[in-house]
Design a protein around this ligand. Structure first.
Ligand SMILES: N=CN[C@@H](CCC(=O)O)C(=O)O
Ligand SMILES: [Mn+2]
Ligand SMILES: [Mn+2]
Length: 361
């Protein structure tokens, strides 16, 4: 783990905003507004405490539960691909957070989006087999920051990073004030893979087995569901682990456009049975033509519109506290198309997020 591009320990000074937040400017006023004209830096919370209020924070007070006044979303990057390296994947996802900011920057700011703040990056230096990088420390740091952001904002969105990001995300959620004894926490993973690997050390292939093991001794309950599982890309051992752990899933073959309504209903019934939802989107769930810039491009893939439908279902459920978008590897991208697909999903999550449960059509 290193000091990141914008180091910000518990301090009342927000870090400088990433230079990636620049883009086209058409004029003044709300009709022309884009994300790069809307995102503000925020102080980084420490020890799970809410960020101290500041003029730049998008919220006048950091105290207690969110949803008082203007809706606010906090972004935080995890510049890490040490988990991908350990999982024998193609590294480069450490540059994902900056590429995502760049792809988001010129998107239109929709009315009702609320405050947008960026807490910078937590970074992990990639190691090698002789001297592995300090992934676990980076995950612990990100988890603490995510807890603090969740305590202060309506929604936190983590910009990955390899799928090792997810272990930090879920520990951040369970360490926040959103989760008490008895809270039913749901993880909805849109992914070609279970990421339930038994491995000597944590990686991008292990986060959900880690989370399910942690939940065994915890007071909260944890359910894990996946949309997009490829039967060709998960061994029987992984399916066995999924069954033993009570994981539920929809395969990539089932999650095609013709069955989008059924998939959406399946997602809705999973969400109905939880109190708090964490949505994690591994971009390798999308067809390789849509998302070439990932470690493990899909040979089959779930169409964008189905992933969009699942994302909307989560976003509008009133239960979504936390989302991450992971596995973007800009060095493998083609014409920025993976970054653009990812940015559109993040834009949907942030601009359509609901904090209360309402009957949906
Ligand atoms: N996050 C990683 N997931 C996959 C990668 C599979 C592959 O490289 O083919 C996994 O470990 O199963
Ligand atoms: Mn995957
Ligand atoms: Mn994954």
């Amino acid at each position: 783990m290193t000091a990141d591009r914008a180091p910000q320990p518990a301090s009342s000074q927000p870090a400088a905003l990433s230079p990636a937040w620049t883009g086209r400017t058409d004029g003044d006023g709300p009709a022309h507004r884009r994300w790069h004209e809307s995102v503000r830096p925020t102080v980084r919370p420490a020890d799970g405490n809410p960020a101290a209020g500041s003029a730049a924070d998008g919220r006048s007070s950091g105290a207690g539960a969110p949803s008082s006044g203007t809706h606010s979303t906090a972004l935080i990057g995890f510049a890490s691909d040490e988990g991908v390296r350990r999982n024998h994947g193609r590294v480069g996802a450490e540059d994902g957070p900056e590429a995502l900011r760049g792809a988001l920057a010129s998107l239109a700011y929709l009315e009702g989006t609320g405050a947008l703040v960026d807490a910078g990056d937590v970074s992990v230096d990639r190691g090698d087999d002789d001297a592995p990088g300090e992934l676990e420390a980076g995950q612990a740091e990100l988890g603490t920051v995510v807890s603090g952001l969740l305590n202060a904002h309506d929604l936190a969105v983590v910009l990955g990073g390899g799928h090792e990001t997810a272990y930090a995300s879920i520990t951040g959620l369970t360490g926040s004030t959103r989760v008490d004894a008895g809270t039913r926490v749901g993880i909805l993973n849109l992914d070609a893979h279970f990421d339930l690997r038994e491995a000597p050390r944590p990686s991008s292939g292990t986060p959900f087995l880690q989370a399910l093991r942690d939940a065994e001794g915890a007071e909260h309950q944890l359910s894990y569901a996946v949309v997009g599982i490829s039967e060709a890309n998960n061994t029987r051992a992984l399916f066995d682990t999924a069954r033993e752990r009570g994981v539920t899933w929809v395969t990539d073959e089932q999650a095609q456009t013709a069955d989008v309504t059924g998939v959406r209903r399946w997602v809705r019934s999973f969400i109905t049975a939880v109190d708090v939802l964490y949505l994690t989107i591994d971009l390798d769930v999308l067809p390789a033509a849509v998302a070439p810039g990932v470690s493990a491009p899909a040979g089959f893939g779930v169409p964008y519109e189905v992933i969009h439908a699942c994302t909307l279902e989560a976003t509008q459920s009133g239960k979504l506290a936390l989302a991450d978008v992971v596995e973007l590897n800009p060095s493998l991208d083609v014409d920025g198309r993976t970054a653009k697909a990812a940015a559109r999903l993040i834009h949907t999550i942030v601009s359509r997020h609901r904090t209360t449960t309402a009957l949906l059509a």
